[in-house]
Design a protein around this ligand. Structure first.
Ligand code: ATP
Ligand code: MG
Length: 210
């Protein structure tokens, strides 16, 4: 799905060759500051490399329109964002931004239930805990049914039991729909257990895939 060739970004990333395959689960791990978030941001063109190229389905990202790309490649940021309004508004806003049709309340309620958020759609977003907001944000990106889901530590604010449930949910989504999942996680054990491929980034080191 993605192939990276001789990618450099400032003195943060130096990647000789790397790939993430379609329909697979790829996890990215590594110490804080090793460039995990920076790498993920490259994949939906929030950042462009200083040199080198990234290919998405064999086309250089530099030749793909950012807006078009982000309808297919959706990123969930490390710090969840709340938009003023209700939980419903927040669940639907991703679809709105990417000019897709809204989905019915029954779908939204299903997502709340399966992410373990015990709230009503009309409840204000401001009353949620950090972990609940993180789960609503994850629900928002799954609802968009993207081709590629980029998740930056989707379970960092959650206890290990909730984390397990959330990760199962995204994995089920990807497998059932043959979507590509690329996620950053701090949990190496979990990464090794659920992923087809684990990428380990190290500070100030060239990454080269075997
Ligand atoms: N836009 C930027 N310009 C310059 N340096 C940056 C920029 N964004 C991040 N950095 C630096 O790049 C390095 C990698 O940051 P990044 O956020 O990718 O790390 P990370 O592996 O995601 O860390 P964490 O696990 O703490 O989230 C850090 O040293 C950070 O300070
Ligand atoms: Mg990060």
């Amino acid at each position: 799905m993605f192939t990276l060739k001789s990618l450099k970004y400032k003195d943060i990333l130096d990647i000789k060759n790397m790939s993430m395959e379609k329909g697979q689960i790829t996890s990215i791990i590594g110490e804080s500051g090793s460039g995990k978030t920076t790498l993920l941001k490259h994949l939906n063109k929030m950042i462009s490399p200083s040199s080198g190229e990234i290919y998405y389905k064999s086309t250089p990202l530099s030749q793909i329109d950012s807006v078009k790309l982000r309808r297919e490649v959706v990123m969930l940021a490390q710090t969840p964002i709340a938009y003023r309004g209700s939980i419903r508004d927040n669940l639907l806003i991703g679809l709105k931004f990417s000019q897709k049709e809204p989905v019915p309340d029954t779908t939204l309620e299903y997502m709340l239930e399966h992410t373990g958020v015990k709230k009503k759609l009309d409840d204000s977003i401001e009353d949620l805990s950090g972990g609940e907001l993180q789960r609503v944000s994850l629900a928002r990106v799954i609802i968009m049914k993207p081709e590629v889901l980029l998740l930056d530590e989707p379970s960092s604010a959650l206890d290990s039991e909730s984390e397990k449930k959330i990760i199962e949910l995204v994995i089920d989504y990807s497998k059932e729909n043959n979507k590509t999942l690329i996620m950053i996680t701090h949990s190496e054990d979990m990464a090794r257990e659920v992923s087809d491929k684990v990428i380990v980034l190290e500070k100030n080191k060239t990454y080269k895939e075997a």
